[in-house]
Design a protein around this ligand. Structure first.
Ligand code: NOJ
Length: 522
């Protein structure tokens, strides 16, 4: 590893959904001490940082993304003392901690909202957004974005569920209070933050109707030009960055709402966010299938935009809002070839990789009956959309009862494949996705070309093959992926190429089995 290793740029970030990772106290919900007990595992895997989805007090109307106190830990997940221990133990292993900041909205149970709704002239009234009549804005989780509060006869704005009222960032007291939240966690040792839907913090001051467009659901039937991406966001990002820069090597990554690469880079830079998600590889569908052509287009699209702007990209294949990549692309329960491909892309493209817990063993989404659905948009839009519970199932540690996640029945069902697909089994199998991931993580550490190298495509490959070189002065790595169902071969660039890692049965350099990934050095 070189001396200029910058953790958030060169490192790999592992997302943990705390309630699904490891349950230490037998209540069926994962918790902070559970995570602490698994830090050795994360160190063994070789990740550099953890992003923790929310663990703050919450009434769980959106499973933690509705926070009722920004400066505490929900007792079901532990305590502030547990958090402090987690920071200490993670740091001792060289692992940084990134916290999820959900600051577009609070829970309706937050003391601020409880006070705000008491009367029209309450001192906290203006901490939220109230109107006598709603405009046409729609909530992302269905229905109007406004709910009438009968006590005071006014509507309040909520971009998600009605239990998540939007904060009024135009109020200087709100801005101050929320910047203080960052300070609170920075002082406790947090290394960075993931900002939930940050580009929706500010709404147009006059709250005009959004123009209409064609779309399926109400939310998709309008252009979101007044309810997000307002110019006031930039000075706020400047202020936040200034705050972060008063501490050494702190980081902020934004969840860009309705992301495009262009929009994403506009929010990043030396006086703005360090990074923001562009979600380039999460949108393949029947029209744009997962294949060499689509993936290459996506890589080129983002390389053009991020490269020209000099902004460091992020790579995401899975997260707590999406069907897992292994479920999206696999051809059957036993097929891990696609999961190897997705992992190879995640860890060898230019950008910071974000691994979602369980992705390293190819965990699949669970299937739920309607009566089992917990996620609000899933309840609302069933059967057209079944919500996000599928990708939030408990981590599959071993083949014991409850998969080593808990001693009791977990909050969401385990995937029935856990007796075979689990960390323990994959550790013992040299050909597993777990061992592939671990080796690739080790290679990234060894080879600067895999972290900072330029990305150059190999031309003249068969249509099913995607191949690219990552190169720095003095070091070259070649990654080749066969998306096809039959063997393929391609002409290697000049040099003495050696296979350092491959999925499936080894092939000579320049040859690939169906669905095979191969990493070579020169
Ligand atoms: C984005 C988060 O990723 C998602 O899980 C949440 O439901 C919404 N923001 C609202 O906070």
């Amino acid at each position: 590893m070189t001396d200029d290793f910058l953790w958030w740029q060169d490192g790999v970030i592992y997302q943990i959904y705390p309630r699904s990772f490891a349950d230490s106290d037998g209540d069926g919900l994962g918790d902070l001490p559970g995570i602490m007990a698994r830090l050795d595992y994360l160190q063994e895997l070789g990740v550099d940082a953890i992003w923790l989805s929310p663990f703050y007090p919450t009434p769980d109307k959106d499973f933690g993304y509705d926070i009722s106190d920004y400066q505490d830990v929900d007792p079901r997940f532990g305590s502030l003392a547990d958090f402090d221990r987690l920071v200490e133990e993670a740091h001792r292993r060289g692992i940084r901690l990134i916290l999820d900041m959900v600051l577009n909205h609070t829970s309706d149970q937050h003391a601020w909202f409880q006070e705000a709704r008491r009367s029209r002239d309450d001192a906290r009234r203006d901490w939220y957004i109230w109107r006598d009549q709603p405009n046409n804005w729609q909530a992302a989780f269905g229905g109007p974005a406004w709910t009438l509060d009968p006590l005071t006869g006014q509507y309040y704005l909520h971009s998600f569920t009605k239990e998540q009222p939007d904060l009024n960032w135009r109020n200087p007291l709100v801005r101050q209070a929320l910047l203080d939240v960052f300070r609170f966690w920075l002082e406790r040792g947090a290394d960075g933050f993931r900002l939930d839907v940050f580009n929706a913090y500010f709404k147009h001051p006059h709250l005009p109707d959004n123009p209409r467009k064609l779309g399926l659901r109400g939310f998709d039937r309008q252009h979101h030009i007044y309810d997000m991406d307002q110019p006031e966001m930039m000075p706020l990002l400047n202020e936040l960055r200034h705050l972060l820069d008063t501490y050494p090597e702190r980081y902020a990554v934004g969840e860009t709402y309705m992301a495009t690469p262009q929009k994403t880079v506009s929010y990043c830079g030396p006086d703005k966010l360090h990074a923001a998600f562009s979600f380039d590889f999460t949108s393949s569908n029947l029209l744009y299938p997962w294949n060499a052509v689509w993936v290459r287009q996506k890589i080129e699209g983002r390389e053009d935009v991020f490269g020209a702007a000099g902004i460091w990209p992020t790579t995401v294949m899975s997260n707590h809002d999406l069907p897992r990549a292994a479920s999206r692309y696999s051809r059957g329960a036993g097929d891990d070839a696609q999961a190897h491909m997705a992992m190879a892309l995640l860890l060898t493209l230019r950008g910071t990789p974000f691994i979602y817990y369980g992705e390293e063993i190819g965990m699949r989404d669970i299937a739920l009956k309607r009566s089992e659905i917990l996620d609000p948009p899933g309840k609302k839009f069933w059967p057209f959309y079944k919500g996000r519970d599928g990708c939030r199932a408990p981590m599959q540690w071993d083949a014991s009862a409850q998969a080593g996640f808990s001693t009791v029945q977990p909050w969401l069902p385990l995937h029935p494949d856990y007796p075979l697909r689990n960390v323990e089994a994959q550790r013992a199998d040299p050909g597993s996705l777990f061992n592939f991931t671990k080796k690739l993580l080790a290679l990234r550490k060894e080879m600067p070309a895999l972290r900072r190298g330029d990305l150059v495509f190999l031309e003249d490959t068969p249509p099913s093959v995607l191949a690219y070189r990552r190169e720095t002065a003095g070091e070259e790595v070649l990654v080749a992926i066969n998306f096809g169902h039959s063997p393929a071969s391609f002409r290697l660039p000049d040099g003495k190429w050696e296979v350092v890692l491959a999925s499936g049965t080894p092939e000579p350099p320049g040859s690939l089995g169906p669905g095979q990934v191969c990493v070579m050095t020169n």
